[in-house]
Design a protein around this ligand. Structure first.
Ligand SMILES: [Zn+2]
Length: 721
């Protein structure tokens, strides 16, 4: 084939650089900043060394290496890129890779009668992948097993707590006990329960949520797996025996129905895990926190309080959920057309409130967003929602309703790119497109440190351009309406009250960043807990409790397992390659060499992705082709194929670094065609119509196969890879 042909085709391969990162969850600022900080592209890459080393460091004669940058500089640059990628990928390591450190390792077979409390997750910020293991002699329970949705690595959906330590105590595991049905407390369960089977305990709503996420999990459960759940009544102070423990759930207010504190009576003493909470004096479902029971438990004696720490830095009290009710009524009163409300998908009490307001205004309700519809169905099925017949209309027919008779409740209050609200805003929704005189209420605030602010900003811009009236929770005063959102977490006064009600001997802040947990300890000290009776621990650190002593006795293996969109686990090595690809791109060179002569049979093909736009850089690409031709001529017959490929890779790295100051991943593909090698003639037994094929026929077949492979590579659509 003619050389120019391949050049035209290769020119089409480079697309606009794809946006890296997980589009579904926006840009997580802190990581992205690291990445840029570590990665000074351009001249600085050389660490300030003079680029032109032509005179003092002659490149290897054999390979006719390009002049200008020393091989060392190119190799170092490539190493740096790889280390950067490794560092980014290593932010989330599985336990078996992070077993380096100098920290004391707890003796995992030490069964002295002490109660061990280990944060498998959720002790390192963000309140993520929350999970607490409680272990005593031959029994262990896991309180919550959530997932961390803030992981910002290419192709990664979330992280869950590593299970290496669980392997070693699997025979002790008696139960999972769940505080409430938010994903950061239950999202990891479909991954570990099949591997470490035990029944899941929780309130009625929480168990409903657990069943829901098992039903919607992407991967099939292993053969013979059976989900076992135990629904507990949080109103009757029911106590169930689990091994040497007794468990009780205590009703607490949060932003999802069925939230509870977990009370665990152990042979060493009583511990309480608060779960997520606030003390809402006037919740929409009238299910107040069971403060009386907390006080009783406190009077009976609490050994340790494990209290969530999400918003300890917020002063005062969190306003009641009921304070937002009137704001919705006011907005619906005034709205000239359709009304859309975006909120978190599991906040069913708020959904009920909006349903009530809509009914009051003779409007019908349509719902959208898969997760919200799924939770709503579960809530209705279990009798948690009161919805009169005929209130709902299907989203597919919502557009045919008169504008002033419709309220749409949907996901997307965080500006998530594929959410229902976002698709309605940018015209991609199948049934509904936002239009002038629509009203949109965003009944949430951006998740802190999530980077969602800018996503929401873009979405709102889009809406305002269309003439939509947008009410954002944070701007409610500006808009002269009441509050449109309140947090589901406590503020300082309520955190202090929790300590005062339960009167624990020892205080362990959980589910929060280290600095926030430290403030929680300060608050506990103000409430009279001796500082020596508090502990701010990291994931994996083992707290040992006796009736009168608490100490941190070491650390068990801990880390993060990364999970992709399908629910499959992704290796750290794969993530590193993805980061490197995202940062530097990829260049594949494909050479077809005649075995006998050692000559190139076609012009080298170059395929590049995410590196540079080849059409704009013909000179570099032609230079690279010349380098490849020269490398084949000078080296192919002198060294074996593996060595040749290694040299080629090194050589291309060097050349491209000199030309572009970048170190893409290089994949050399060398296809050797023709004359079978020495001693191989006799072994040719491939049959063709009953007779042995000739060497020429085999060569022709090889070439045809290679041609197909090449076509596939070159015609691949870069947008889908
Ligand atoms: Zn929660």
């Amino acid at each position: 084939m003619e050389p120019n042909n391949s050049e035209q085709r290769t020119g089409n391969n480079e697309q606009t650089p794809r946006q890296s990162g997980n589009q579904g969850r926006g840009q997580r600022r802190p990581n992205a900043n690291n990445r840029q900080g570590q990665n000074n592209r351009g001249g600085n890459r050389n660490g300030g060394r003079p680029i032109n080393n032509r005179n003092n460091q002659a490149p290897s004669q054999d390979q006719g290496a390009p002049r200008g940058v020393s091989r060392g500089a190119a190799v170092r640059a490539q190493k740096r890129s790889q280390m950067d990628a490794q560092r980014i990928a290593n932010q989330y390591q599985a336990a078996n890779v992070s077993e380096d450190n100098n920290r004391r390792r707890a003796n995992v077979i030490d069964d002295t009668p002490r109660l061990k409390i280990i944060g498998l997750g959720g002790m390192d910020g963000g309140g993520s992948k929350n999970s607490i293991l409680v272990e005593y002699v031959n029994d262990a329970v896991i309180i919550d097993y959530g997932n961390d949705l803030s992981v910002d690595l290419p192709g990664i959906n979330y992280g869950i707590a590593d299970t290496v330590y669980l392997e070693s105590i699997r025979h002790k595991l008696r139960a999972y006990i769940i505080t409430h049905g938010h994903l950061d407390h239950i999202g990891g369960l479909p991954h570990i329960v099949p591997k470490f089977p035990a029944p899941i305990y929780g309130s009625k709503f929480t168990i409903g949520r657990v069943e829901e996420i098992f039903e919607n999990f992407g991967l099939p459960m292993p053969d013979g797996f059976e989900l076992k759940t135990v629904t507990m009544n949080e109103d009757t102070h029911e106590r169930l025996k689990i091994g040497d423990f007794f468990v009780e759930l205590v009703r607490i207010t949060h932003s999802i129905p069925g939230s509870t504190c977990v009370v665990l009576d152990t042979p060493v003493g009583r511990i309480i895990n608060t779960g997520d909470f606030r003390f809402d004096p006037n919740p929409l479902d009238h299910e107040r926190s069971d403060i009386e029971r907390l006080k009783e438990l406190g009077n009976e004696g609490v050994l340790a309080l494990l209290s969530e720490s999400t918003t300890v830095e917020r002063l005062g009290r969190t306003p009641s959920e009921s304070t937002i009710e009137q704001s919705f009524i006011d907005i619906i009163d005034q709205a000239p057309g359709r009304i859309f409300v975006g909120l978190f998908s599991t906040n069913m009490n708020r959904v009920q409130m909006i349903i009530n307001a809509a009914i009051h205004h003779n409007r019908k309700i349509a719902m959208d967003g898969r997760s919200m519809v799924s939770t709503l169905e579960m809530a209705v099925r279990h009798g948690f929602m009161k919805v009169p017949k005929g209130t709902f209309v299907p989203i597919a027919s919502a557009a045919t309703m008169p504008d002033d008779q419709l309220v749409v409740v949907c996901t997307g209050s965080q500006g998530e790119p594929s959410s229902a609200l976002q698709r309605m805003a940018n015209g991609e929704h199948r049934h509904i497109k936002l239009k002038e005189q629509d009203t949109v209420i965003l009944s949430s605030t951006p998740i802190p440190e999530s980077g969602n602010d800018s996503l929401i900003g873009t979405m709102v811009d889009n809406m305002v351009m269309k003439g939509v009236h947008v009410f954002e929770a944070r701007n409610h005063e500006l808009d002269h309406v009441g509050p449109l959102h309140v947090s589901g977490h406590a503020s300082q006064d309520e955190y202090a009250e929790m300590i005062n009600y339960t009167k624990p001997k020892f205080f362990i802040p959980i589910y929060g960043a280290y600095r926030v947990k430290q403030r929680h300890i300060d608050l506990a000290v103000e409430q009279g807990i001796p500082r020596a009776n508090t502990a701010n621990v990291l994931n994996g650190e083992v707290i040992a409790l006796t009736p009168d002593k608490m100490e941190v006795i070491g650390e068990v293996p801990n880390g993060t397992i990364l999970v992709d969109q399908t629910g499959a686990v992704v290796s750290n090595v794969v993530v590193k390659d993805r980061v490197l690809l995202a940062e530097e791109g990829l260049v594949a060179v494909i050479l077809t060499v005649d075995k006998k002569s050692g000559n190139l049979m076609t012009s080298p093909d170059i395929v590049s992705r995410g590196f540079i736009y080849m059409r704009d850089n013909e000179e570099i690409m032609n230079g690279l082709r010349n380098e490849l031709r020269r490398a084949v001529t000078q080296r192919f017959k002198r060294v074996d194929l593996d060595r040749f490929k290694a040299e080629l890779k090194d050589h291309i790295t060097h050349y491209l670094f000199e030309q572009t100051q970048r170190s893409p991943i290089i994949i050399p593909v060398v296809n050797v065609v023709g004359g079978v090698g020495k001693g191989e003639n006799a072994k040719v037994t491939t049959s063709a119509g009953g007779r042995t094929k000739t060497a020429e026929e085999i060569a022709a077949e090889q070439q045809a196969r290679f041609q197909q492979m090449r076509e596939r590579l070159l015609t691949q659509d870069a947008r889908i890879d």
